[in-house]
Design a protein around this ligand. Sequence first.
Ligand SMILES: [Zn+2]
Length: 137
Amino acid sequence: MYEPPFTRDRDANERLAARECDACGWVSFPEFRDICKRCESVGEWTDTELEERGTVQSYVVQQRLPDEFETPLPLAIMDVPQTSGGDPARVYGLFTETDPEHIDIGMKAEADFRRVFDVDGLPVHSFKFKRPRGDRL
Ligand SMILES: [Zn+2]
């Protein structure tokens, strides 16, 4: 039976499910690969879960996008720790509820799981990053 990718990947979209390379500890998120991007081993992976809070490593503020997107729209590269320790995962994510002027390298941000759109009447959930509640300006 045909399943759209966002349905197949639902588990990874309602919590930050990732996989850690058993050979070198590199964390794959969200894509599940057979070959490790860091050590190139075709090895074993262990399921892992990420914290819902990470640190901004870099970001861009998108100013020109198709009409259906609200701009300016920040997109960040985050380092997000695993709940069990080990290396953090590098996660790309859109920001929401955060003034682009208040985003900076090194700031903490948390994943906010939400309904992002509907397809054929079914909600599709994913996450966006935002400043943690206590850190709002
Ligand atoms: Zn590896």
